[in-house]
Design a protein around this ligand. Structure first.
Ligand code: IFM
Length: 490
């Protein structure tokens, strides 16, 4: 099957699809990178191919009730076998860069031990094919698929996992480093630590608050060690991808404002403290003292974690309101997320923010994008920022005419890109934007029920159809601008 040929218009500067930048367009800064992101477990499929080992997500999917509909990493978007078709789609969309993740269990199946040449070859071919297509490859080393053997040995709560991660980083640096300009170590370590080891709603599905804090520390230690290894073997730019939370008090009262401080401590400052300043914030250590004494922090760890960052990746989807407790949240309490994800901040509850909701029931609030970028710019002065993920899930369908009219996604992307532009104009050094996601894919505990792609994937046939949002994004990228006003149309 070839990349979608059904789209009635191929975007270019003269023939723009509806909703594309026009006279009211708003230009992005010169040199701005327009990309799209994916991750290995979410799109590759081929979980048993060519010597790939099992990961914690394969194991989690096999647990009854863990993933909606019993969905698994198969078939994904079958990208492992359709890489060429997908690169053709990226060209069709005019992407300047493609952010993908390397599957650790594909290239080093046991986490430690021997490398798997066939797995490395896949990323080698992907890198070459992207470069040949004029698309800059942006690999992420860890997007949540820890090799099962390492979880059996204790997982991220155990220091050894960070050491194995650094070895794996060196392996990939040696394999691809001559062609990679930007590496990212971890994707959203907050999710790995707290959704995986405290809330238990992501792999490995553990509900151990103390272990989740050790996991957060060892993830960051792994980042620091990996950054050193990458610089040693290939000297490329190295960054990390965070998902900073934009938190607002539910009510303008002292209790909710303090609940924001506590939630911000675990969601944001637990990571930015060590990464940017080489220290855990005092109030966070105090809030978390009943759970952990942080004795897992060894001499020298904080210096290792605070490696200089060439850039920071920022993933933003939605903002949240914080209420001091369920009583303070009132009727909204019914909407609260899973309490264990708020390790150390209970009884505070997080609530969706914004009138409009996406398919994930996430609130739509582009001001939060402006907020996280300007805050990160202030906290890490002089460090380049990239929006490494942003997007929305909607229940897209291919119409009888072969089109996917996803005007809500067009609006979402437009409004968030305008917020990015406002942050850049305000002085935040935002150098690029990667839409999440290139393809519809496996949305973790939600299985295949949520579609984030610019490109629709029929998971039964693997047929790809560029959505209206994909054509809109292509036109925006070609123009280097986003519409300034006007409703998005299908
Ligand atoms: O699909 C995920 C991605 O893997 C990490 N960031 C958020 C996305 C949407 O939930």
């Amino acid at each position: 099957m070839t990349a979608s040929t059904q789209t009635p218009q191929t975007p270019n500067a003269t023939a723009r699809p509806s909703g594309a930048p026009d006279a009211a367009r708003e230009e992005m800064p010169a040199g701005f990178v327009w990309g799209a992101s994916t991750s290995a477990f979410q799109i590759e499929g081929a979980t048993g191919a060519d010597g790939r080992g099992p990961s914690i997500w394969d194991d989690f999917c096999a647990r009854p009730g863990a993933v909606l509909g019993g969905d698994t990493g198969e078939p994904g978007a079958d990208h492992y076998r359709r890489m060429d078709e997908d690169i053709a789609l990226m060209r069709e969309l005019g992407l300047g860069a493609y952010r993908f993740s390397v599957s650790w269990p594909r290239v080093r199946p046991g986490g430690g031990g021997p490398a798997n040449r066939a797995g490395i070859d896949f990323y080698d071919r992907l890198t070459d094919a992207l470069l040949e297509a004029g698309i800059t490859p942006w690999p992420t080393l860890y997007h949540w698929d820890l090799p099962s053997e390492l979880e059996e040995a204790g997982g991220w709560p155990v220091r050894d996992t960070a050491l194995r991660f650094a070895e794996y980083a060196a392996l990939m640096g040696e394999a691809l480093g001559d062609r990679i300009g930007h590496w990212t170590t971890l994707n959203e370590p907050w999710c790995s630590a707290f959704l995986g080891y405290a809330a238990g709603i992501h792999a490995p599905g553990r509900t151990e608050p103390a272990a989740s804090l050790a996991a957060a520390h060892h993830l960051m230690l792994g980042h620091g060690l990996a950054a050193r290894e990458l610089r040693r073997v290939c000297g490329a730019q190295v960054g990390i991808v965070l998902n900073p939370a934009e938190l607002v008090p539910h009510r303008p009262v002292a209790e909710d404002v303090d609940a924001v401080r506590r939630a911000d401590g675990v969601r944001n400052r637990l990571f930015t403290g060590p990464l940017l300043r080489g220290a855990y914030p005092d109030d966070v250590l105090e809030d978390l003292a009943p759970i952990s004494d942080f004795s897992f922090v060894a001499d020298g760890d904080l210096e290792t974690i605070a490696q200089p960052l060439d850039f920071i990746g920022v993933n933003y989807y939605f903002a949240e309101r914080v209420a001091a407790d369920r009583e303070a949240a009132g009727d909204a309490a019914a909407e609260a997320g899973p309490a264990p994800a708020l390790v150390g901040t209970e009884p505070a509850v997080l609530l969706p923010h914004g009138e409009e909701r996406t398919g994930m029931d996430w609130g739509v609030d582009p001001r939060g994008m402006y907020g996280v970028l300007t805050r990160m710019a202030a906290e890490a002065p002089g460090t380049d920022l990239y929006v490494t993920e942003n997007g929305a899930a909607y229940p897209d369908e291919v119409g009888p005419d072969g089109r996917v009219r996803d005007s809500e996604r067009v609006s979402y992307l437009r409004d968030h890109l305008l917020a990015v532009r406002a942050a850049a104009r305000g002085g935040a050094p935002v150098r690029g934007y990667f839409a999440w996601s290139l393809l519809d894919n496996f949305e973790w505990a939600w299985g295949y029920s949520q579609r984030f792609g610019l490109v629709h994937v029929d998971f039964a046939t693997q047929h790809r159809t560029v959505k209206d949002s994909g054509r809109w994004y292509a036109a925006a990228a070609a123009a280097g601008a986003v519409p300034g006003a006007g409703a998005a149309e299908g």
